[in-house]
Design a binder for this molecule. Structure first.
Ligand code: MG
Length: 396
């Protein structure tokens, strides 16, 4: 365990207290509906707690990350993925003196708008919604926390702070940004979000590249030999093999993946700290108006990480077995959309009622949006069961 880069201790923590460019509860731009301050717990912690208590968060347990939920108990789901992202995000925030509660809230909420069946489900729903504004999971995450969660007597949605909502909206077209008010403005003005938002975005990437290696190997879709064609995996797996030659296969893989995640995280902390120092930003406002994002990998690590992502795209995400499952998943989503569009009475009363009102008052695209909300909220197994109930056929 001695002498390898990945086994070095964490970089020294910042001096106690938040950095001047961190987001702070006191300087928050606030919530759309004014509420009494959460004096005993802080605003971003309150956001985090509201996210954990919401229905869409619990549903993440039964939504696909890469594998359809019922394929095995050991694979990541969107819930465990989101928890891993939160873990990485908090660690980075801690070392950079940023707001840990805010970065965790963003990380936990970042996938709330995902459809069943991962990207295959999203792409299918987007095709179905082509004439009605399309479907994008990132925008849908914001829609979930702003409108769809009906929990509190005083408002629809979770009434989260501007900073958490800004972090959830990672990317957005100009057309959509114009309709989103203040939270969409940065996409029109080309400014940056908070550092907490920037790091939650990269923490997502660190979490999925490392856990997809583990899940891909477990599913036997990729092999260690294939993975060793890439520098990042080869370097760490080789080190583990020479340090622990007698170790079991699974523990070797876990240790190599752990070291990769660790190295990516430490590189991000070091390179971001250097970028922040070089930019000389002294406040969150200066972070926002800086000409580029300050949370970043070093150039050599960005290249290695990109090579790993390219490998996973080619050998894992486009594997024929994944593709076959994706085709079936897309068919489930398209069939459901087609059936509900043709006859909205096929939807449960609550959704049927909403679709009727939306159609009568605001037209066909609003009606389609209600159908899309219903489908995107489904878990994998609920979508499969609905499909079976409506079409009386076993597809997955
Ligand atoms: Mg994610």
């Amino acid at each position: 365990m001695h002498g390898t880069p990945s086994s070095r201790p964490d970089p020294a923590p910042q001096a106690p207290g938040p950095a001047p460019y961190a987001a702070s509860d006191a300087a928050s731009r606030g919530r759309e509906h004014v509420e009494p301050l959460a004096s005993h717990r802080g605003e971003f912690r309150r956001d985090r707690e509201r996210i954990i208590h919401c229905t869409a968060f619990r549903r993440l347990e039964y939504k696909t990350q890469l594998f359809v939920n019922h394929e095995g108990d050991l694979f990541r789901t969107r819930l465990t993925h989101s928890i891993e992202v939160a873990q990485v995000a908090r660690r980075i925030a801690h070392h950079l003196g940023l707001n840990e509660q805010l970065s965790e809230a963003i990380a936990l909420a970042h996938d709330l708008g995902h459809t069943p069946f991962g990207h295959a489900g999203q792409d299918a729903l987007n095709r179905c919604m082509q004439d009605h504004g399309g479907f994008e999971h990132n925008l849908q995450s914001l829609r979930v926390v702003d409108r769809l969660e009906l929990k509190y007597p005083q408002f629809a949605g979770l009434n989260l702070t501007f900073e958490t909502r800004e972090g959830i909206l990672k990317h957005c077209s100009k057309k959509n940004a114009k309709m989103l008010g203040t939270v969409g403005r940065r996409f029109l003005e080309r400014t940056q979000p908070s550092l907490e938002a920037q790091l939650a975005n990269i923490a997502d990437e660190i979490a999925y590249t490392s856990h997809d290696i583990d899940d891909g190997l477990r599913a036997k879709l990729i092999t260690v030999t294939q993975l060793r064609s890439g520098a990042l995996f080869d370097e760490h797996f080789g080190a583990v093999e020479s340090e622990f030659p007698g170790l079991g296969w699974r523990r070797k893989i876990f240790e190599a993946v752990r070291r990769i995640r660790n190295q990516l995280t430490l590189d991000l902390i070091t390179a971001s700290r250097a970028a922040i120092d070089a930019a000389g930003v002294g406040s969150l406002d200066e972070v926002r108006t800086h000409d580029r994002a300050l949370i970043r990998f070093s150039d050599p690590m960005r290249e290695k990480n990109q090579a790993l992502k390219d490998f996973l795209r080619k050998h894992l995400y486009r594997h024929y077995r994944v593709h076959r499952m994706n085709r079936q998943a897309a068919k489930v989503v398209c069939d459901l959309y087609g059936a509900f569009s043709e006859d909205i009475r096929l939807m449960p009363d609550e959704h049927h009622g909403l679709a009727t009102v939306a159609g009568e008052r605001r037209g066909v695209s609003e009606r389609a949006r209600v159908i899309s909300d219903y489908i995107s909220g489904m878990t994998d197994r609920y979508a499969i069961a609905e499909h079976r109930r409506i079409f009386n056929a076993k597809i997955i």
